[in-house]
Design a protein. Structure first.
Lengths: 261, 353
């Protein structure tokens, strides 16, 4: 009887907490498909707002994904070799470099953006292109890739594996391809998941770096909340949600499969 | 198997020392010749420089300026490990977790561009040779320690290396398995006829496997010799004590006798210095009747080990003397006994301070 009471209590508490978090999301999504939010759902259900958002912001959404995957590409190409080098090199210098890479986590995005603007703002072609935002995102997400790959290396004695492959005649590049990267896959997947998610959702830095022609999803969202009716902004949230959830689930499944292998 | 035979290279090391970036001298400049097909063991306690020496030969470590590594007379000092054609077995085995057993063994052949079919045949040959049949498609984390050791050996040998380098390959295993694999490894090395350099801190391994043993101490070579030479005629006190059990006794010399608290011990040769340090192996000492013995003492303890019994005798020398007596000798602690030691079993060591 007492156990039952405790269980029921815990269940109710859990459901309340879940509801506290889920209800606003559900309301927001609902708002996106309601004809008039102030009159409530009885005013009718429509996809007109979603269509309007898509029309207005399709290129923003696509650019967001382009930047997210470009960021992933750069952090993979630079981050994985960097993690390997830092791990193998060891010593104080590596520690310092690692700290520098991690610094953007502690520094406010606005400060990074200001630094980028004051340094490269003068190169107007660069300033106007989406590559400028890409740079900011790479700076911001790099520590997540480097750290998660390094974490895997430290459990694996990757240095000896590298020496083992070398003793069998493999060149540095072959070793990296055949031994280092395949064994770093769990870290690479975890890192990739973080990088894509963070890049898609990043606001602070991007807000400072964007131009009217280089907007990402969160910037568009802020834009629509500030300047359009609530239904449009909510429809925007809905699109954001619909696009990002399948992506995250797919990456998670992929990561789990890789871990089980 | 005969396909694998006779591809050993000779190795010559000239003045190879190693100072690490932090200033530690891991290895004093040392020179060494290793004949084609020979098994050379580098033996010593941890930190004696044996692994550093092996890594210099492997090409994983560069010797200090002036050092040279030659294979078959060819200077290899600046050639990286991947172009030295050496096989290496690591203490942790360094097997690739992302590859199966056969993929691990075949990796070196794949790198060399050996066609798939030929590769499979060679791998099968090694699987049979190292007794791992049935494990071919296992993942590395599904193997026991002994099985991993065999895969690591097969992988290193697969590429028909000129030199096989083994860095404490049995240390990670338990005692019984270690002893069995030691026998297997010995047979394999003889079968292959390959030049092998074997690093260990275990003197039993060194004795069984080595054609010659290099005893190392504090980054320097203490002695090079056959297992018998190292055991019976150690050149230093360190070698005497590190290889096998040894009684080290000191005393004044008097006309061919070592004068000890428990009597006089005849020594061979014609040493004339006033005092001497001598080594006597426990199994060369016989327990005899105290009456009439030139050296005697009192039994402190007797431990029955089975094939023999270990006795500790005090009073004969400054320090208690360890005696390995046959298991048939009857003696009790507290009993007075004589110690009979043949003069040529007494090995004089250089004085050290």
């Amino acid at each position: 009887m007492r156990d039952r009471l405790i269980f029921t209590g815990q269940l109710v508490f859990t459901l309340l907490v879940a509801a506290f978090l889920v209800v606003p999301a559900a309301l927001s999504i609902m708002a996106g498909v309601t004809v008039n939010y102030f009159r409530g759902i009885q005013s009718g259900v429509t996809l007109q707002w979603v269509a309007q958002v898509w029309e207005l912001y399709a290129d923003t959404i696509l650019l967001s994904f382009l930047i997210a995957f470009a960021t992933l590409g750069v952090t993979l190409a630079a981050g994985v070799p960097a993690a390997f080098a830092l791990h193998v090199q060891g010593g104080r210098l590596s520690r310092v470099v690692e700290e520098i890479i991690t610094l953007p986590l502690a520094i406010p995005g606005l400060a990074i953006a200001l630094a980028l603007l004051s340094t490269y703002g003068g190169f107007s072609d660069f300033r106007r292109s989406w590559l400028f935002i890409l740079v900011g995102h790479v700076v911001f997400t790099m520590p997540f890739m480097v750290r998660s790959v390094m974490a895997v290396f430290s459990t694996l004695d990757i240095r000896t594996l590298d020496e083992g492959a070398a003793s069998l005649g493999a060149s540095p590049w072959r070793r990296f391809r055949d031994v280092i990267v395949p064994n770093a896959v769990p870290g690479i997947l975890a890192g990739s998941l973080m990088v894509v998610t963070l890049s898609l959702g990043e606001f602070n830095l991007t807000w400072m770096l964007h131009t009217p022609l280089t907007k990402t999803l969160p910037i568009g969202l802020a834009d629509s909340y500030a300047s359009m009716r609530l239904e449009v902004a909510s429809a925007y949230t809905l699109i954001f949600f619909v696009m990002i959830i399948p992506l995250l689930v797919a990456m998670q499944i992929f990561a789990d499969k890789e871990r089980a292998r | 198997m005969n396909a694998a035979a006779g591809h050993g290279a000779s190795v010559r090391i000239e003045n190879c020392g190693k100072t690490f970036a932090d200033g530690t001298h891991a290895l004093e400049p040392a020179s060494l010749d290793i004949a084609r097909g020979e098994t050379l063991v580098l033996l010593g306690p941890s930190g004696c420089g044996k692994t550093t020496m092996l890594r210099i030969i492997a090409g994983l470590e560069l010797p200090d300026a002036g050092g040279k590594v030659l294979f078959d007379g060819k200077d290899m000092t600046s050639v990286p490990i991947e172009r030295r054609n050496v096989g290496m077995v690591f203490q942790s085995y360094a097997l690739f977790p992302n590859m199966s057993v056969v993929e691990n063994i075949g990796y070196g052949l794949k790198i060399r561009g050996v066609p798939r079919q030929e590769r499979a045949a060679r791998v099968a040959e090694l699987v049979a040779l190292t007794n791992i049949t049935g494990l071919e498609n296992r993942r590395i984390d599904q193997l026991s320690g002994g099985q991993r050791q065999r895969v690591a050996l097969a992988r290193a040998v697969a590429i028909r290396p000129g030199i096989l380098l083994l860095d404490e390959p049995l240390t990670a295993l338990d005692a019984a398995l270690r002893e069995r694999l030691r026998g297997e490894l010995n047979r394999l090395l003889r079968t292959l006829g390959i030049t092998a350099i074997y690093v260990t801190h275990d003197q039993a391994e060194a004795m069984e496997l080595g054609d010659r043993v290099v005893v190392m101490c504090k980054g320097a070579i203490a002695q090079i010799g056959s297992p018998r030479e190292i055991y019976f005629t150690p050149r230093t006190r360190f070698v005497a004590e590190f290889v096998g059990a040894a009684n080290i006794i000191e005393g004044p010399l008097d006309k061919g006798y070592l004068v000890l608290p428990g009597g006089r011990q005849p020594i061979g040769g014609d040493a004339t210095q006033p005092t001497a340090v001598a080594m006597i192996r426990p199994e060369t000492i016989a327990i005899v009747d105290a009456a009439g013995a030139s050296l005697s003492g009192m039994i402190d303890s007797v431990s029955f080990i089975g094939d023999r019994q270990r006795m500790v005798v005090s009073g004969a020398s400054d320090k208690p003397i360890t005696v390995d007596a046959p298991n048939t000798v009857e003696a009790e602690p507290g009993e007075r006994v004589g110690l009979l030691i043949a003069p040529d079993s007494v090995r004089l060591l250089p004085q050290e301070n």
